[in-house]
Structure formats: structure tokens, C-alpha cells
Design a protein around this ligand. Structure first.
Ligand code: SAM
Length: 265
């Protein structure tokens, strides 16, 4: 492990993954020789990490809202800043019993499953245009014991089953990076699904589609909250107001960046 070229923490996480043993076991067996097959496996993972692959894909999971979500290259790696979307959604639901919630573009299921676990009385519907992402979200819901989540495949609101009643809360973290943005060729983003990151347009087209369709799917007094890019707050508030939604507002993340915007019907 020493001399593999990785920071200590990353090397230890990969070793835990290869040995399927917790950190305490590794510390107690620090000087044990490593089985050659496992050493080879560790070397492969270390090489992939050195080539830039995200740790979350190599170890197969990422923590979000205190839950461990299994991830693979079919899904976006859940980001800590997205917890603001979940917390804001949960705050809106506080006064409501058995609320109905829609998460559009669920990816790993991080947002939908976290809301479902925090509110076992909620009925949560999670959608995605990617069947592979939806399969992963389903596995996460099962593994984490979120029995109150349904799943639907399709393009934004078109995924919804016929006669679906209105929702008390709609949340989404859609692809909002503009085509050609230099960040798409940097860091973890190089390995994540393109369709999870960029709308292949100006960065606002998915946000526009969701805002345009939301009014017809919200119950009176219901809220829509959307995650977006650091400079998209004013544009999203404008879209929300133009759609006739009330009290458009943006909230800042821990870095002080306008991270989510929302409004009510
Ligand atoms: C930024 S990722 C968010 C994933 C997850 N909600 C999270 O916050 O970690 C956007 C998700 O939207 C999905 N998506 C992209 N275009 C879509 C569309 N037209 N209709 C539904 N889902 C779409 C992608 O497959 C991806 O899973």
C-alpha cells in the first residue's frame, strides 16, 4: 500500500474495499502480508484512481444525508450541497401529514430515498430518463429500507403514471451545466453520465421544462424546489415567476452560493 502514489486516506479506503474489512481490522493487521491476488486487485484500483476515476465509483458508494448510497457510473455521485434541496423540501413538508412528493431525475435515488426515510408517511415518486439509473435508485431504496418510494421511467413529467394526483412537493436536481462548459472535462465530471450533468444546451433547458410542467402537477400551496448552477438563481427565479408561481426565492449553500430556487403554487 505504501508507495502506491495515492493519499493515505484514499489508499486505506481502497484497501478496505479490496479486503472487505473495516478500518479497525486494518489497523490491527497492519503488518500482515497481503494475499497476492488481493494485492493485484488493490494495484488495479490504485491505478484507476491515479488515472482520475472518482473514489465513489471505485468503492461503490457515497454517503448522503447520513445514508450510504450505492453508486456506479450510471448515476451522478450525490453531492453534499444537494442536502440543502432535501432539507428545504423536508421543511416544507413539516406541517403536512402523508405528503405526496415527486423527485424528477432521481439518479442514485439520493434525494427521493432520503426524503422517504425522513418521512415514512410520505408517498414518494422518483423518476429518471435513464433505466440504468432508475435500477440503481430502486436497489438503494430496497437496501436502505425506503418502502414508500415508487419509480417511473421517462422524460420529466411524461414519466408520471396516468391519473397521478397532484404533489405537495416537487424537487429536482436536473442537469444544469451548459454544453461546452470547461468543467465537463475536469475531475470527477469526466466519469459521470453526460445526461446527468449537461442539458447539451444553455444549461437552463431542463430547468425550463420542469418549471413549465410543474404548475399542472402541484397541489394548492405546494412547493417546487430546484437545484441549479452558481449563477442561475436570477434566471430560475424569473422562470418561476413567469410560470405564475408565488414567492420565488433562492437559498445559499454553505459556500454562500445560490444553490436552490423554489416557489409555491
Ligand atoms: C444531476 S443528476 C441528479 C441525480 C440525483 N437526483 C442527485 O441529486 O444526486 C440529473 C438526473 O436527471 C436525469 N435526467 C436527465 N434528463 C432527464 C429527463 N429529460 N427526464 C428525466 N430525467 C432526466 C439524469 O439521468 C440524472 O439521473
Amino acid at each position: 500500500m505504501a508507495g502506491c502514489g495515492l493519499p493515505r486516506l484514499e489508499a486505506r479506503m481502497l484497501l478496505e474495499q479490496v479486503l472487505q474489512k473495516p478500518r479497525a481490522w486494518l489497523l490491527a493487521h497492519d503488518l500482515d502480508p497481503l494475499d497476492p491476488a488481493l494485492a493485484r486487485r488493490f494495484g488495479e484500483l490504485a491505478a484507476r484512481r491515479l488515472a482520475g476515476e472518482p473514489m465513489a465509483y471505485l468503492v461503490g458508494e457515497r454517503e448522503f444525508m447520513g445514508h450510504r448510497f450505492a453508486v456506479n457510473p450510471d448515476v451522478l455521485i450525490p453531492r453534499p450541497e444537494t442536502e440543502l434541496l432535501v432539507e428545504t423540501g423536508l421543511a416544507h413538508l413539516r406541517a403536512l401529514a402523508a405528503p405526496r412528493v415527486l423527485d424528477l431525475g432521481t439518479g442514485s435515488g439520493a434525494v427521493a430515498v432520503s426524503i422517504a426515510l425522513a418521512r415514512p408517511d410520505a408517498q414518494v415518486l422518483a423518476t429518471d430518463a435513464s433505466a440504468a439509473a432508475l435500477a440503481q435508485a430502486r436497489l438503494n431504496a430496497q437496501a436502505l429500507g425506503a418502502a414508500n418510494v415508487r419509480f417511473a421511467l421517462g422524460d420529466w413529467f411524461q414519466a408520471l403514471p396516468a391519473h397521478e394526483p397532484p404533489f405537495d412537493l416537487i424537487v429536482s436536481n436536473p442537469p444544469y451545466i451548459a454544453a461546452g462548459d470547461a468543467h465537463l472535462a475536469q475531475g470527477d465530471l469526466r466519469f459521470e453520465p453526460r445526461a446527468a450533468l449537461t442539458d447539451q444546451a444553455d444549461g437552463l433547458s431542463a430547468l425550463r421544462a420542469i418549471v413549465a410542467g410543474a404548475g399542472a402537477r402541484l397541489a394548492p400551496g405546494a412547493a417546487l424546489w430546484l437545484e441549479h448552477g452558481w449563477d442561475q438563481g436570477p434566471a430560475v427565479r424569473r422562470l418561476l415567476a413567469q410560470a405564475g408561481l408565488r414567492e420565488p426565492a433562492s437559498l445559499r449553500d454553505l459556500a454562500g452560493i445560490e444553490r436552490i430556487s423554489g416557489a409555491k403554487l
